[in-house]
Design a protein around this ligand. Structure first.
Ligand code: 13P
Length: 254
């Protein structure tokens, strides 16, 4: 059976305790939209407070270290975010790759650490504008995933989501076209089926991220092989985020 659409808010480095009211509002409204799986990945400092507020929505982290503990000043392990209430972790986001020099090997190691800690994964991929213009986007993105996704995992389709986030679409107001999304998601689906088999690979949710907002959510979410959205800017207010959740719920009714 197909999993519910998955709408995840990535708050990035935004949010102090004053934003808990937004999380609460998102949680309460999501209770009326049970056909959609809703989650927020706040900064580390808010994981436990959001977890305590949340009755319905999932809470996750935006990164974790590849080691479970040790002398790593300033870092946070998968075990720690799980202890704080996180149920999933976003790994391989392009902002981590660009700002912290994260490469495929490290991201693969982080995936393993997160799975060991009992977390679900949202593994990100996405090409630069230069690569897209050069016609190399698909090869690059599938290469990233081949190098970072676990070889095998139990209950794959439940534990893994992939997020396709073209770098040029993040925070620019310029989402990818539905044609480009459909083509890339089809390539990712093929890779998932090759790796995990028809049933499990076919059911993994492939999220799209990059300038998703209430106005364009419907057309993106109804595109083939789109199983949800990873939302940055528009997830920072309950109003903006719930518009996207509502679009996903409406599509479930049609
Ligand atoms: P925006 O929705 O702000 O473009 O961010 C997308 C993103 O990077 C989510 O991880």
């Amino acid at each position: 059976m197909a999993l519910r659409p998955y709408i995840v808010g990535n708050w990035k480095m935004n949010g102090t305790r004053s934003m808990l009211s937004e999380a609460r509002a998102i949680d309460r409204s999501s209770q009326r939209l049970m056909k959609v799986e809703v989650a927020i990945a706040p900064p580390y400092t808010l994981i436990h407070p959001v977890h305590r507020e949340a009755e319905q929505i999932g809470v996750g982290a935006q990164d974790c270290h590849a080691e479970p503990d040790g002398a790593h000043t300033g870092d946070i392990s998968a075990t720690m975010v799980a202890d704080a209430g996180a149920k999933f972790v976003i790994l391989g986001h392009s902002e981590r790759r660009q700002e912290h020099g994260e490469g495929d090997d490290l991201i693969r190691a982080k995936c393993a650490a997160a799975l060991d800690a009992g977390l679900k994964l949202i593994v990100c991929c996405g090409e630069s504008e230069k690569l897209r213009d050069a016609g190399k986007a698909e090869k690059f993105v599938t290469g990233q995933l081949k190098a970072t996704l676990p070889e095998a995992l139990d209950e794959t389709s439940e534990r893994l989501s992939v997020a396709y986030e073209p770098i040029w679409a993040i925070g620019t107001g310029r989402a990818a076209t539905v044609e480009d999304i459909a083509a890339m998601h089809a390539a990712i689906r093929k890779l998932l089926v090759d790796r995990y088999g028809e049933e499990e690979g076919g059911a993994v949710r492939i999220l799209y991220g990059g300038s998703v907002k209430a106005e364009n959510a419907r057309e993106i979410l109804e595109t083939e092989n789109v199983g949800g959205a990873l939302v940055g800017g528009a997830s920072l207010t309950a109003e903006g985020f719930l518009g996207i959740v509502a679009a996903a719920a409406e599509l479930q009714d049609t």
